[in-house]
Design a protein around this ligand. Sequence first.
Ligand SMILES: *[C@@H]1O[C@H](CO)[C@@H](O)[C@H](O)[C@H]1NC(C)=O
Ligand SMILES: *[C@@H]1O[C@H](CO)[C@@H](O)[C@H](O)[C@H]1NC(C)=O
Ligand SMILES: *[C@@H]1O[C@H](CO)[C@@H](O)[C@H](O)[C@H]1NC(C)=O
Ligand SMILES: *[C@@H]1O[C@H](CO)[C@@H](O)[C@H](O)[C@H]1NC(C)=O
Ligand SMILES: *[C@@H]1O[C@H](CO)[C@@H](O)[C@H](O)[C@H]1NC(C)=O
Ligand SMILES: *[C@@H]1O[C@H](CO)[C@@H](O)[C@H](O)[C@H]1NC(C)=O
Ligand SMILES: *[C@@H]1O[C@H](CO)[C@@H](O)[C@H](O)[C@H]1NC(C)=O
Length: 488
Amino acid sequence: MISFYFLLFILLSAIQSHGLDKFIAAVYEHAVILPENSLTLVTAEEALVQMNRNLDILEKAIKSAASQGAHIIVTPEDGIYGWVFTRESIYPFLEDIPDPEVNWIPCFDPERFGRAPVQTRLSCIAKNNSIYVVASIGDKKPCNVSSVGCPEDGHFFYNTAVVFDSDGRLVARYHKYNLYSFEGQFNVPPEPELVTFETPFGKFGIFICFDILFYQPAASLVVDHKVDTILYTTGWLNILPLFTAIEFHSAWAMGMGVNLLAANLHNTSMRMTGSGIYSPESIGPYYYNMDTEDGHLILSELSAHPRNSSTFFTPNWSLYANSIDKYSPGLNVFSGHLFADEYTFTKLTEPQGNYTLCQNNFCCHLTYSILEKIIDEVYVLGVFNGLHTVEAKCYMQVCTLLKCLNTDLKTCGLPVETASTKFDYFSLSGNFSSSFVFPEVLLSEIKLAAGMFQVLPDGRLISQSSISQKPLLSATLLARLYDKDPKH
Ligand SMILES: *[C@@H]1O[C@H](CO)[C@@H](O)[C@H](O)[C@H]1NC(C)=O
Ligand SMILES: *[C@@H]1O[C@H](CO)[C@@H](O)[C@H](O)[C@H]1NC(C)=O
Ligand SMILES: *[C@@H]1O[C@H](CO)[C@@H](O)[C@H](O)[C@H]1NC(C)=O
Ligand SMILES: *[C@@H]1O[C@H](CO)[C@@H](O)[C@H](O)[C@H]1NC(C)=O
Ligand SMILES: *[C@@H]1O[C@H](CO)[C@@H](O)[C@H](O)[C@H]1NC(C)=O
Ligand SMILES: *[C@@H]1O[C@H](CO)[C@@H](O)[C@H](O)[C@H]1NC(C)=O
Ligand SMILES: *[C@@H]1O[C@H](CO)[C@@H](O)[C@H](O)[C@H]1NC(C)=O
């Protein structure tokens, strides 16, 4: 007995001083129940009834995650109150969310900061199930209408992510900085908030949806604050070929060298689906479902400190591209549009080849070999170096190998979901002027290519032999040049 307790003591002290090496993460993709009419005014009581319908579903998912050993669960942006509000109609759905410095467990002390039934319920769910809970709620902060910047209705409203720890304590509050187009009901905080907190299973950072495209706060949390894991609550509308949730989010985790727990909303008519648990070295598990309106829970074990893995490295993204001469001068090039950006394309005309394609002083190199060429399918190599302006202003350098919608070259760059052509091999590289490069490989029917590709220390994205098992939609290296973005 004594030795048992002695061993237990050693074990517990080890956990206390060094923390856990691994933890179990969960994300829940939620088919939010929308208010019947989000533009009409309702009372605070009616708003709460509506929000409790979603909280009932989220609570079931959280209980299930906790019973399977999860330490933390992320739920989606707008997952409690829904979307499309005016400033007036959102008001009854909001609560005053205090700065976590106040050290508050709403479950024990619900009235301490005024009416807070949603925070109280989330806190109790976290406490009762001993699990960290990440949720999206709206914050309201009164301001003096005669002071600069205060809206006419005397409040700032923020799209907010909150975290309650396993005791039910509010440990993080983040106000979304990069609002998306239909969020006119919310205000932008005066400065980007860099919200982090420590746990026994690593350092966490948090941001919301559209934030992922920008340096502040998303990249800054990793670069300047060295977080291990990002909690990412999102309502992501999928845009092929390069910006489907599972594709871009998994690539971001790999490119930034962090864990990313991404919880998306589920609504197929809005093209919202795609949640996953991503790490720098592994893709998924993930959920993508355009066939039914079901929510879904995902769990996975992750390393608490992914950059401490012996196999982790940061590639030099331009090393290979800078070391080789140009392949194949004199290709037939043409221009086309991908998500409204003007790309330079060249068609892959042979079963195998080596191509170099440049735009605006940026060059991409592709070596490929096709296993089984389907006669009516066309693939191109595409390159882009410039400012993307639709929906978001962000400067990008992109090398992409992709399938055109049909054999008409004007369709290259348009969304396409299925393919039949299998590749034996590909290697893609570019002379990027950025260290923020995101590797994406998407297979037919919107599937991720887990274990079918890798990035080499010299910056090449290369396929593994298993790539030949599934038809390819696209393989891409997408770089962000944050310092060339226009000011926020
Ligand atoms: C939490 O547990 C207490 C009793 O242990 C119960 O009264 C309460 O309803 C539970 N709350 C939630 C949100 O599960
Ligand atoms: C708002 O600001 C004005 C001008 O500074 C001041 O006179 C007024 O008392 C303030 N109102 C409140 C409610 O603080
Ligand atoms: C999906 O969103 C649309 C647009 O807001 C809405 O009309 C529709 O009812 C939603 N679908 C479901 C299943 O909730
Ligand atoms: C991670 O690695 C760094 C550098 O090797 C080391 O200083 C740090 O203590 C490690 N952290 C953990 C939690 O193992
Ligand atoms: C990457 O390699 C190039 C040589 O092509 C070198 O000039 C550059 O300093 C390297 N970058 C980093 C971040 O090590
Ligand atoms: C492509 O280049 C590699 C060496 O870089 C060479 O071995 C191979 O034969 C070339 N393939 C074609 C089709 O030109
Ligand atoms: C990329 O490579 C091309 C071709 O070698 C070269 O002209 C260009 O200057 C390079 N660009 C950068 C940013 O290094």
